[in-house]
Ligand binder design. Structure first.
Ligand code: SF4
Length: 374
């Protein structure tokens, strides 16, 4: 099984915290989609005839594309060498783009899952993040998607926003619960270098929430969502039974995937590669039938580190028997030895053959994983 990711790098406006590759300049959509269709033809053998189980349109803001462009892309996919057998086809959308007219225009396309970039149900927080939608339009977007027949809806939320209180975060979570969405991805606000948000932090214009409050919000999220039937299946992801994101899960379980479009990443088990993060250069290169990608071969050390980073993110954790089967007994012993200090602190637990983060451990997962890497 394998997956295809298609990057749509267009946004109407830029959010202050965002470091994803996207552009707010209009006018390149048509040429970009032509380049994507050409890349689909050129990359037809990348996944070596593995059946494609998931297709994911991410961004940027894919819902900035008209239905006719998606028709072109799906048409190219159906004529390609890929063995398409998708059970999950996701469209990332901005709530502001969700109108009845837009939903009608895409209703005959293969999308069966929609991921809404809501981030908050509180207008003051949305304004701070420079999101272009309002709380009311976020709620309406979920309801309109439901009324249009989407039975698998995911929403993104952000917590740890300056001035956000535990009560405000609780209200956001309760709103998500009340809307009966199937999936929630929730991320702590990050101050990525190069973003406007980071500049505001550096200049002292804003103060981040303190760590104790962040931990309180994280605990509150797990308590509330799990109490309402969500499964906490990955550090930042919660799903109702049967609604885990198959596409994102493939990143965490080593499934092969092909990324199409500017800045998109691919992995085929032997190497990983990433396309150039420039719309103009991507289009130009593809027009010359050249994939503008840098490639890195997967060495045993990279394979081990990837294995640790991906498996430790999941509810299932890391199976030490599988680890020794893949990388040898010595490497497994080294990993368990490095994990001991965290087992003693209660941030990691070893039960039988499974090594997992505890709830305390999840919040400091980056530093724990660093200790386990080679
Ligand atoms: S809409 Fe998404 S991709 Fe675009 S700027 Fe905002 S966070 Fe970034």
């Amino acid at each position: 099984m394998a997956g295809i990711y298609i990057h749509i790098p267009f946004c109407k406006t830029r959010c202050i915290y965002c470091d994803f590759f996207s552009s707010a300049i209009k006018g390149e959509e048509s040429q970009y989609v032509d380049a994507l269709c050409r890349e689909i033809r050129v990359q037809g053998e990348y996944l070596r005839s593995e059946p494609i189980e998931t297709i994911y349109f991410g961004g940027g803001t894919p819902s900035q594309l008209k239905a006719a462009y998606f028709e072109k892309i799906f048409d190219s996919l159906s004529k390609s060498k890929f063995r398409l057998n998708p059970t999950e086809v996701t469209l990332e959308a901005n709530p502001d783009d969700i109108t009845q007219e837009y939903l009608d225009s895409i209703k005959n396309l293969p999308f069966n899952r929609i991921s809404l970039g809501i981030q908050s149900f509180e207008d003051s927080e949305l304004e701070f993040l420079n999101r272009r939608h309002h709380a009311r339009s976020a709620i309406n977007a979920v309801k309109q998607c439901q009324d249009s027949g989407f039975k698998n809806i995911s929403i993104d939320l952000i917590y740890g926003i300056p001035h956000q209180s535990v009560e405000m975060w609780g209200k956001n979570l309760q709103q998500a619960i009340d809307l009966h969405v199937q999936h929630v991805s929730a991320y702590h606000l990050i101050y990525e270098e190069g973003t406007k948000l980071h500049k505001q932090l550096e200049s002292g214009e804003i103060t981040p929430v303190d760590e104790d409050l962040s931990i309180q919000m994280f605990d509150q999220m797990i308590e509330l969502l799990c109490h309402h039937g969500f499964e906490h299946y990955e550090i930042s992801n919660f799903a109702k039974p049967g609604y885990r994101s198959k596409h994102n899960s493939s990143y965490w379980n080593g499934t092969h995937y092909l990324g199409l479009g500017a800045s998109a990443h691919s992995y085929n088990g032997h190497s990983r590669q990433w396309n150039i993060a420039s719309i103009g250069q991507y289009i130009k290169s593809i027009q010359n039938n050249k994939i503008p990608a840098e490639i890195e071969n997967i060495t045993p050390q990279i394979a081990y580190n990837d294995y640790i980073i991906t498996r430790m993110r999941t509810k299932e954790g890391l199976n030490t028997k599988e680890l020794s089967g893949l990388f040898g007994e010595e490497i497994k012993d080294r990993c368990l030895e490095s994990a001991q200090q965290h087992v003693r602190k209660g941030t990691v637990v070893l039960k039988g053959d499974v090594l997992k983060l505890t709830r305390q451990g999840i919040f400091i997962s980056d530093s724990i994983m660093r200790d386990l890497l080679l």
